[in-house]
Design a binder for this molecule. Sequence first.
Ligand code: PLP
Length: 372
Amino acid sequence: MDRDRILLTPGPLTTTLRTKLAMLKDWGSWDADFIAVTTGLRQSLLDIVHGHDTHVLVPLQGSGTFSVEAAVATLVPKTGHVLVPDNGAYCKRAGKLSQMMGRKATMLPCPEEAPISVAAVEAALQADASITHVILIHCETGTGVENPLAEVAALCERHGKGLIVDAMSSFAALPIDARRVRFDALVAASGKCLEGVPGMGFVFIRKAVLDGCAGNSQSLAMDLHDQHVYMDKTGQWRFTPPTHVVVALAEAVKQFVEQGGQSARLARYADNCRTLVDGMAAMGFRPLLKPEVQAPIIVTFHAPAHPDYDFKRFYAGAKQRGFILYPGKLTQIETFRVGCIGAIGRNEMAQAVQAVADTLKEMGIADGTPAL
Ligand SMILES: *Cc1c(COP(=O)(O)O)cnc(C)c1O
């Protein structure tokens, strides 16, 4: 098969030919042409959240987690204390990286199939005055559930706490408006809903807290304050930038704007998600989440109850038909995940559903009905 397989994964994901072609050129990192690309990209990312008055945009090399780690290192003082409402794998990762950097971290366990409870966050803040920051995962990609960003932001503002948002899998698809929702840092990356290629993250940092971040980071490479100061002064990245990733992202953002921006992207992903869920339901598959808490980013499905079901074989069958699925990330129940994001639309989702149907048939499984 000479066509690229469709990635139904939450990053890396399927990109357009135009985005791929943008990478066929070498750039000098100190050169004015590349500096102009970086500067333009930073502006266009600020446009997306309407953040020009309130925030700066600091890019960072590496996968998304590098930027989450950098945001915590830069924003939270060494004596700080983070609260992490926990309804999934990415929440646990944020807690772990905070702890490993020597920040005190308190996890607030919440059920995985529902958004985190705002009332529970408030009670935790009231119970422990030493908490300085809340880390919120906007869309918990482990299950696909959307967490209540605006409500948690308002709560943090009311209690005078900092807020760090991991908006990795939601940014550019779900609405985020910095004029209405107050956050100290919001983290996203190149290879998710902007449909760039993986390799860089970026963090919006609130101008009002930026100066106070000097000297917080225990890491040289992860210091976003330093990265910002250097970039503002020189236009350059402090250390070797992922040049091809940066130009590909700039090209991807141009297409994002041409296609109608965040609302158009949300509409396309919501349509992808509906096409997927309806098609799968017709085969008996059941999503883990109730529709009202499901973000149109990634859908977790229960595994079929049939004794011949095996994820490895199921995956191989779908792959042979041109679609890359994603394993589940729940510890208790057997599941698999299907992404709705990337440069794909209704046709690709319908073809994916057909590929799943053909794979089931090949495996001798009558339908996808789960056990419970
Ligand atoms: C993708 C993702 C990340 C970053 O993961 P990397 O593998 O480091 O790119 C972090 N948080 C969430 C919610 C994500 O979806």
